[in-house]
Design a protein around this ligand. Structure first.
Ligand SMILES: NC(=O)c1ccc[n+]([C@@H]2O[C@H](COP(=O)([O-])OP(=O)(O)OC[C@H]3O[C@@H](n4cnc5c(N)ncnc54)[C@H](O)[C@@H]3O)[C@@H](O)[C@H]2O)c1
Length: 366
C-alpha cells in the first residue's frame, strides 16, 4: 500500500506521524511531493525513508494500486486541482480542510470521486469520534435532556489568527484568494463536522450570518490580508421531523472577552462539553424537585491514536472497508457547503438552505 503526500509543510509532518502508527506500517511506502526544496529537505530529515518529488504529477505518474491514498497537505487554493489530479490517477484522496475554495470545486470533486469509484475524504473529521463527544451523542439520542431546542457553539479567541499569531510564516492564510477565507475556513470545517456528526441534520437553514475583520496594531502590512477573524450565524437544524436552533460563533481575533461555550439545551436538561482541547468533562444539568442537579464526568481519550492522527487513521480504515467515522463523499461536501452558505448568507442577507443536493437561497424561512 502506498501513501502519496502532496505538500511537505507543517501538517504533512503530522500525517507522516499518523501513517507510522498504522497497523501494517512495515508494508506501507510513503512518497512526498513539494516544489519547495527547503520543505522537502526538512521533511526528509525527519523521515529519511520517504521518496521525494518536486512535482506531484510526476509522483502520481506510476500505476495506481487498489488501496493507494493521496493526502493533500497544501494551501486551499491548490486543493481542487491536486485532489482532482489524484482522483483521476485512480487513487483515493484525503484532502486537508477546507475541502475546496467554493461549492463548485467541491461538487466537481464529488462527481470525479463517484466516476472513478474512489473515496474523497476531508481532514475536517480530526475532532470527531472522541469519547467525550461520543458520550454527548449517546445522551442526545437517549432523550436524557428532553426535547432539544437550542445549541450554542461559541469559540472566541482574542489573538489566534492563522498567519499572524499562529504560524506567521504561512501568510497565505490571510489571503482570501489562497485560503478561501479566514476563521470560517480554518476552524469552521471542524465545528460543522462536530455539529453535523452529533445531530445528523437532513438540512440546515442559515437564517442570519455575519463576518468581520477586527484590527490590531500588529496586523501584518505589505501582504494581502483580506480574511475575517470573527464570524457568527443563527441556524436552524432540521432532523427527524424536529428543528433545533444553533447559535454559532467563531473568533480568532476579537476585542471582546475570550471564552468558549458548547451547550445543548433541552426541555428537561442541558449538556456542556468541549469538543476540542480545553477539557474532557461532560456536564449534564438536570432538575430534581425544582433544584438544579449537576452531573460531571471526565471522559478522556485513552487511545494511542490522538486527534492529529484521526484523519489518516479513519480514512485508512474506510478505504480498507472497515468501520470508521471518516467523513467522505456526500457528507464531506454537505459539511463544506455549510461554510459556503454562511458566507453567502452574510454577503447577501438571504436565508440559505443546505441539503445534500446543494444550497438554495430563500427570502423566507420554512
Ligand atoms: N498548520 C496546521 O496546524 C494545520 C492544521 C490542520 C490543517 N491544516 C491545513 O493543512 C493545509 C496545509 O497547511 P500547512 O500549515 O501545512 O501549510 P504550510 O504553508 O506549512 O505548507 C504547505 C506546503 O505546500 C506546498 N505546496 C504548495 N503548492 C504545492 C503544490 N502544487 N504541490 C506540492 N506542494 C505544494 C508548499 O511549498 C508548502 O511546503 C491547509 O489546508 C491547512 O488549512 C494545517
Amino acid at each position: 500500500m502506498k501513501f502519496y503526500i502532496i505538500g511537505a509543510g507543517v501538517i504533512a509532518r503530522s500525517h507522516a506521524e499518523a501513517i507510522r502508527k498504522l497497523p501494517n506500517f512495515d508494508e506501507i511506502e510513503m512518497k512526498v511531493a513539494d516544489p519547495n526544496p527547503q520543505a522537502l529537505s526538512g521533511f526528509v530529515e525527519r523521515y529519511p525513508d520517504v521518496v521525494t518529488f518536486s512535482d506531484a504529477r510526476t509522483m502520481l505518474a506510476e500505476e495506481a494500486k487498489k488501496d493507494d491514498i493521496v493526502v493533500i497537505c497544501t494551501p486551499p487554493f491548490t486543493h481542487y486541482e491536486l485532489s482532482r489530479m489524484a482522483l483521476e490517477s485512480g487513487r483515493h484522496v484525503l484532502c486537508e480542510k477546507p475541502l475546496a475554495m467554493n461549492r463548485q470545486e467541491a461538487d466537481d470533486l464529488l462527481e470525479c470521486a463517484r466516476r472513478k469509484n474512489r473515496l474523497l475524504g476531508c481532514c475536517s473529521d480530526r475532532f470527531i469520534g472522541l469519547p467525550k463527544t461520543e458520550e454527548i451523542k449517546r445522551l442526545v439520542q437517549s432523550d436524557a435532556i428532553g426535547d432539544i431546542y437550542k445549541v450554542t457553539f461559541t469559540y472566541r479567541g482574542q489573538r489566534s489568527r492563522a498567519g499572524v499569531e499562529y504560524q506567521p510564516e504561512s501568510r497565505w492564510f490571510l489571503d482570501r484568494s489562497k485560503s478561501g477565507g479566514g476563521v470560517v475556513m480554518d476552524w469552521g470545517p471542524y465545528d460543522f463536522a462536530i455539529l453535523n456528526d452529533v445531530f445528523k441534520p437532513s438540512s440546515i437553514d442559515i437564517a442570519a450570518a455575519w463576518v468581520s475583520k477586527p484590527q490590531t496594531q500588529a496586523d501584518p502590512v505589505n501582504t494581502t490580508y483580506d480574511v475575517e477573524g470573527h464570524a457568527g450565524a443563527m441556524m436552524k437544524y432540521h432532523l427527524d421531523g424536529k428543528t433545533i436552533w444553533v447559535h454559532y460563533e467563531r473568533a480568532s481575533c476579537t476585542h471582546g472577552k475570550p471564552y468558549h461555550l458548547v451547550e445543548i439545551e433541552g426541555t428537561r436538561g442541558a449538556l456542556e462539553w468541549s469538543p476540542y482541547f480545553e477539557s474532557d468533562k461532560v456536564i449534564c444539568r438536570t432538575d430534581k424537585d425544582g433544584e438544579v442537579v449537576i452531573n460531571e464526568k471526565d471522559i478522556n481519550n485513552k487511545s494511542d491514536i490522538g486527534v492529529m492522527d484521526h484523519p489518516i487513521y479513519y480514512f485508512y480504515h474506510k478505504v480498507k472497508g472497515e468501520p470508521s467515522p471518516a467523513l467522505i463523499n456526500e457528507q464531506t461536501v454537505f459539511n463544506f457547503s455549510c461554510l459556503q452558505a454562511l458566507y453567502e448568507c452574510a454577503d447577501t442577507g438571504m436565508l440559505q438552505t443546505v441539503t445534500v443536493g446543494g444550497i438554495q437561497s430563500n427570502p423566507v424561512m420554512k
